[in-house]
Every structure is written in structure tokens, then in C-alpha cells.
Design a protein around this ligand. Structure first.
Ligand code: FAD
Length: 627
């Protein structure tokens, strides 16, 4: 059956990538259909109930700055909020929220159901419709044909999903959900370059069977962090603590004794797992000298006793899971409510994507999320948002958009994926960004909201809040430049004691407040306590920006110079039909790599492993000659 209406954009999959993609395309005014296995699981967190963390929190703020849903949903669902790395510099500070699973799903679903231009439909997608090398729609399990000009595929861990517990395995998208087998077969038939990856999750515990009195309590930070630039701590529900305990030598002995029954070590699991989120059996083998590993017991929500023991992801047989859990301090009587498991699934080599996340092989088909070899809700949401924007732009006949590496972690993520590919599930870290002083959580709105407005994903309410903030920052910076204080100031009663208190040393001449704020150890609040400094701004986010921008002014300017030096490479476009074998002087290796990757710009080419500066010079000569 052919569905009577056609759509501009169809999004397949209602996980973190799919929901952001559908919301973004609909915000841009395009008629959008979100097709997913089950409407009840829209926005479902497959693994740990938490959002954010180092690098990941940066992505969440960027998604928010572009009008996305993840940060706002985390504010409504978060039951423990922390700023990680709070004692370090602003570039690496990151927000993390423990979320109530049910509240999070509800917050996402409410947004989807109330988004104009967005239609929801519950069905598995089994096939894609093509005309030559162009997508025209999808076919569902019931044989319903939906047509669209662009399709975003966000199938997560579902393509050919195979779950493992010890030697048992079963087909699944994740525990309790069906896999996408027909679609996986169809995609492989299309010869899109595919591989297998793996991820895992710990057993869940009934919190009533845990002895918290022997564990360390971890509360939310005060003042309470907020995720969305539009959010407030007043939106957060009741807060709960997390608890810390550790594995011990007995736990490790149990694990070592069971490795011959671990699908990971007997070779049953072929897919590569996430290096930075390893299973407990992996950790015990790889770090054999370590006597214990930390475990965070995280509540799954306000309306359940279930606990997520972060740190003991495992695919060991269930009898060993009970033994290992009960060997841990405070968990001697723990009851497991759901066994831990590992899952293997198909992913597609992201080097087959353009920076818009459109596949190079099939026009109008976009991939986002775990399907591209990433791991994590935040990485998925960021890609989903970008793919949704670009799918909408495509149907509007507008140019695609992707932020550069110096503009956003989203740019770093996509550039890493499409130029380097993945050998293991990719997760974001601040260390992946070379310009991280510029790419802070606190300035994600200043970096991206204006572009979001131009693209059509930022609504009037957000734009108005943003403009008010941006103007207040500029106004306050101007005021600080205009006020001069110091020993020679006649107009104020600035004493040497005041100067010493705020600056830590005396000064010989007058300085502007702006200059004083750049001095090490001077905070905005302290500066404002000086007589003659005038009234401080009321909005703490404005004060924070003024302080950070002043303090890191020199470093940020240096980074901007560095960016400017290489920026022209990003502007030099390389034709997609260029045969690199025809470029004079290129080594065979360079020819092969460039022909395989087909980079969009000289900048992208320079970041492909094995492509040297000499190769880029030859390419530039070729481009200048006009081929
Ligand atoms: P998903 O959240 O998987 O969503 C996919 C959506 O697509 C689902 O709604 C599904 O129903 C739908 N779908 C799929 N195929 C079809 C189809 N053919 N037709 C219709 N709908 C379809 N991340 C971490 O960061 N750390 C971890 O430790 C971690 N462990 C994990 C452990 C397990 C067992 C699992 C399953 C996931 C784990 N993850 C982990 C990964 C995390 O869940 C994903 O990164 C994230 O959910 C990816 O988002 P996504 O939107 O790409 O896909």
C-alpha cells in the first residue's frame, strides 16, 4: 500500500539521534515523519540513565544552542546534577545529570507530540525505496510505502542486533526490543561499507537489597547546575544521591575464573567494544595490577527502586553475574532485576558520508547516531540534529551546513568520523578538540545560536533570551573598559588595602576594570567589590562570560590566529569526481586514500591519516591549475 501523503523528510528510529533529527527538520518547517518500532520507547535510554559528562556535556549544550531537546529534557528529568572537573579550567568543565528514565522519555515524547509539522508512526522499516541512486522513501513491515525527498536513518544498535549473556545469545535491538534484520540485510545488499561493533550494559539491582550505609554518598552540586540555556534549577524534580563502592580481589577472582565462559574472551563476540566504557571482565584482564575498580550506584528514577551499577557492564553468564555482584561491599544480598548483556550490531563506515551526514552513495539518504560507529546518547543526538537540519536543507534546495572544528564539538565529531573512520565505538572527549579553549560548554550559545536562527531551528523565545544575554555581555564589557581605577584615581576612594585584597599586589598606575579582570586570580565578583567599580550585572551567566572572556583573552586570540592560518584550506573545495590518480606527483598510497575518501575540502584531505603536507601542496597546485 502506498501512503496517501508524501513527506519532505522521513526519520527512521526514535532514539536520541532520531528524535533530534525529526524535531530539527520539523522546526525548519518541513513536513516530517518519524517512524519507529514503538512509540512507547521514543527517547529511551538503552543503557545508563545519565546525560552529559566530559566532552558529552559540551555536545548537549551545543544541541541546546541549536534549539534541540536533550538539555531541556535533562533539566526536567534530572535527579542528580554535577559539574565535572569543576576545579579545572572552563574548557574542560562539563555538566552531567543523572536522569529519571521515565521522566526523560516523557519529556522527549511531549516535545515530539507537540511539534508542528511532525507526524509519528509506529512501524518497523524493512526497506528503502530508491530511484537510481536517489532515495524516494521507505517501506515498513506491513508493506506500507511512505515517500519522501530525504530519509534520515538512525537505527542505533538495532541493525542485525545480537545480544549475549554467557554462551546464550538472541537476536534483539536491545533487551526487550526486536532487532532490525530485514533492513540490515537490505543495507548490506546495497554494498554500503559495513562492520560489526559491540557494547554492553550491567545487571540492574533492586535498591532495597543494597546496604548503602557502607558506601560513600554523592549528592548534587550546590548551586544546582542547569543544562539548557533556557532552563532553570526550579525545573529539576526531587534530587537523589548516588553511591560509591568498589570491586575487590574476590570480585576479580570470580571474573578471572569465568573467562572461559565469557563470550568476549571465547571469541563468540566478534564486534569491537568501546575502549573507554569497557566491560568489567575487560577491565580486570587489561588492568590486572589494579586491585579494585570504582562503581557508582545510580538510581534509575524517582518511581522505582532499580539501581544502575555503573562500572560493571558484563556479558558473563548469569550465575557469575550474581556471584560478582554479591562479592562487592554493600551488595552482598543484592537482587538482580535484569541481567547484564552485550550486544553486537551493524554500523556503516562513516567515511562513506559527507560532512552533512548524507551518504555519498545514495542521494538524500542521511545516517546519524550509533549507526555511524559512535557510542552514547549525546554523540547520537548531536549527529541527529545535524542530519535533520541537512535533510531539511536538502529538501529546501539550500546548501548543507556543518560547523568547523574550531566552531563546535559537533564539527570535531563529524570531521573525525568522516575523515578517520572508526575502529571502535567513538565517544567524545575534550582532548579530541584542538581548539578547546574556544569550544566551552558556557559559550555554546554564543558559538551556535545565531547560526541556528539562520537555519530556522531556533525559535523566537530562545532568540530573544539569547540576544538579551549577548547584548548584556557586550554592554558590560564596554562598561569595564570605560572605568579606570588605581592609585591615581581621584574620583574614588580606592585604598591600597582594597587593591591588595582584590589584586593580591599593589599597582603603580591606573588600569581599566577590563585590564584588571585579565590579571591572574581576579574574579568578576571581587572586582565588583572595589569602590568605584559600579553595579555588577545581575545575570550570573553574563558575569561568567565577561570573566572567562577577559581571563582567557590572550589564549583565545592566539587560538583564533592559529585557526585563521589554516582556515583557507577549509574553503578550498575538492570536486567529488576528481580522480586522484591524475594528480601529478601523488604517491600511490595518497591516490588510493584520496580516491577512497573523496574529501570535500583540502582541510579534510589534510586530516586523513597518512596524507602529508607535501601531498596537500601538490593538490593545491592541481586545484590552482584548474585541473
Ligand atoms: P538508539 O537509541 O539505539 O535508537 C534507535 C531507534 O531506532 C530505536 O527507537 C529503535 O526502535 C529504532 N529502530 C531501529 N531500527 C528500526 C527500524 N528498522 N524501523 C523502525 N525503527 C527502528 N552508550 C554509552 O555511551 N555508554 C555505554 O556504556 C553504552 N552501553 C550500551 C549498552 C547497550 C546494551 C546498548 C543497547 C546501548 C549502549 N549504549 C551506550 C549506547 C547508547 O544506547 C546509544 O549510543 C544511543 O542510544 C544511540 O542512539 P541512537 O539514536 O543512535 O540509537
Amino acid at each position: 500500500m502506498i501512503f496517501s501523503e508524501s513527506f519532505d523528510v522521513i526519520v527512521v528510529g526514535g532514539g536520541h539521534a532520531g528524535t533530534e533529527a525529526a524535531l530539527a527538520a520539523a522546526r525548519m518547517g518541513q513536513k516530517t515523519l518519524l517512524l519507529s518500532h514503538n512509540i512507547e520507547t521514543l527517547g529511551q535510554m538503552s543503557c545508563n540513565p545519565s546525560i552529559g559528562g566530559i566532552g558529552k556535556g559540551h555536545l548537549v549544550k551545543e544541541v541546546d544552542a541549536l534549539g534541540g531537546a536533550m538539555a531541556a529534557a535533562a533539566d526536567e528529568a534530572g535527579i542528580q546534577f554535577r559539574i565535572l572537573n569543576s576545579s579545572k579550567g572552563p574548557a574542560v568543565r562539563a555538566t552531567r545529570a543523572q536522569a529519571d528514565r521515565v521522566l526523560y522519555r516523557q519529556a522527549i515524547r511531549r516535545r515530539l507530540e507537540n511539534q508542528p509539522n511532525l507526524w509519528l508512526f509506529q512501524q518497523a522499516v524493512d526497506d528503502l525505496m530508491l530511484e537510481g541512486e536517489r532515495i524516494t522513501g521507505v517501506v515498513t513491515q506491513l508493506g506500507i510505502k511512505f515517500s519522501a525527498r530525504a530519509v534520515v536513518l538512525t537505527a542505533g544498535t538495532f541493525l542485525g542486533g545480537l545480544a549475549h549473556v554467557g554462551s546464550s545469545n538472541f537476536q534483539a535491538g536491545r533487551a526487550g526490543d526486536p532487532p532490525a534484520i530485514s533492513l540490515a540485510i537490505r543495507l548490506r545488499e546495497m554494498k554500503l561499507p559495513a562492520g560489526r561493533l559491540k557494547t554492553g550494559t550491567p545487571p540492574r539491582i533492586d535498591g532495597r537489597t543494597v546496604d548503602y550505609s557502607v558506601m560513600t554518598e554523592q549528592l548534587s552540586d550546590a548551586p544546582m547546575p542547569v543544562f539548557s540555556f533556557m532552563g532553570s534549577a526550579a525545573q529539576h524534580p526531587r534530587q537523589l544521591p548516588c553511591w560509591i563502592t568498589h570491586t575487590n580481589s574476590r570480585t576479580h577472582d570470580i571474573i578471572r575464573g569465568g573467562l572461559d565462559r565469557s563470550p568476549l574472551f571465547t571469541g563468540v563476540i566478534e564486534g569491537v567494544g568501546p575502549r573507554y566504557c569497557p566491560s568489567i571482565e575487560d577491565k580486570v584482564v587489561r588492568f590486572s595490577a589494579k586491585e579494585s575498580h570504582q562503581i557508582f550506584l545510580e538510581p534509575e528514577g524517582l518511581s522505582t527502586h532499580e539501581i544502575y551499577p555503573n562500572g560493571i557492564s558484563t556479558s558473563l553468564p548469569f550465575d557469575l553475574q550474581i556471584e560478582l555482584v554479591r562479592s562487592i561491599k554493600g551488595m552482598e544480598k543484592a537482587h538482580i532485576t535484569r541481567p547484564g548483556y552485550a550486544i553486537e550490531y551493524d554500523y556503516f563506515d562513516p567515511r562513506g558520508l559527507k560532512s552533512s551526514l548524507e551518504t555519498k552513495m545514495i542521494e538524500g539518504l542521511f545516517f546519524a547516531g550509533q549507526i555511524n560507529g559512535t557510542t552514547g546518547y549525546e554523540e547520537a543526538a548531536a549527529q541527529g540534529l545535524l542530519a535533520g537540519i541537512n535533510a531539511a536543507l536538502k529538501t529546501l534546495d539550500r546548501d548543507a551546513w556543518c560547523p568547523r572544528r574550531d566552531e563546535a564539538y559537533l564539527g570535531v565529531l563529524v570531521d573525525d568520523l568522516i575523515t578517520r573512520g572508526v575502529t571502535e565505538p567513538y565517544r567524545m572527549f575534550t582532548s579530541r578538540a584542538e581548539y578547546r579553549l574556544q569550544l566551552r560548554e558556557d559559550n555554546a550559545d554564543l558559538r551556535l545560536t545565531e547560526m541556528g536562527r539562520r537555519l530556522g531551528v531556533v525559535d523566537d523565545a530562545r532568540w530573544s533570551v539569547f540576544e538579551t544575554k549577548r547584548e548584556a555581555i557586550v554592554r558590560e564589557q564596554g562598561r569595564l573598559k570605560a572605568i579606570w581605577l588605581g592609585p591615581k584615581t581621584n574620583s574614588s576612594a580606592l585604598s591600597e588595602a582594597d587593591i591588595l585584597r582584590v589584586l593580591g599586589k599593589t599597582i603603580e598606575r591606573d588600569y581599566s576594570l577590563s585590564e584588571l579582570l585579565r590579571r591572574p586570580g581576579v574574579s568578576y565578583a571581587n572586582l565588583m567589590s572595589l569602590p568605584g567599580a559600579g553595579d555588577a550585572v545581575a545575570d550570573p551567566l553574563v558575569a561568567e562570560q565577561v570573566e572567562i572572556q577577559a581571563r582567557y583573552h590572550g589564549y583565545i586570540e592566539r587560538q583564533k590566529d592559529e585557526v585563521a592560518r589554516t582556515a583557507h584550506y577549509e574553503e578550498i573545495r575538492l570536486p567529488q569526481d576528481l580522480d586522484y590518480a591524475t594528480v601529478r606527483g601523488l604517491s600511490t598510497e595518497a591516490q588510493q586514500k584520496l580516491n577512497q575518501h573523496k574529501p570535500e575540502t583540502a582541510g579534510q584531505a589534510a586530516r586523513i591519516s597518512g596524507i602529508t603536507p607535501a601531498t596537500i601542496s601538490l593538490l593545491l597546485v592541481h586545484v590552482k591549475r584548474g585541473f
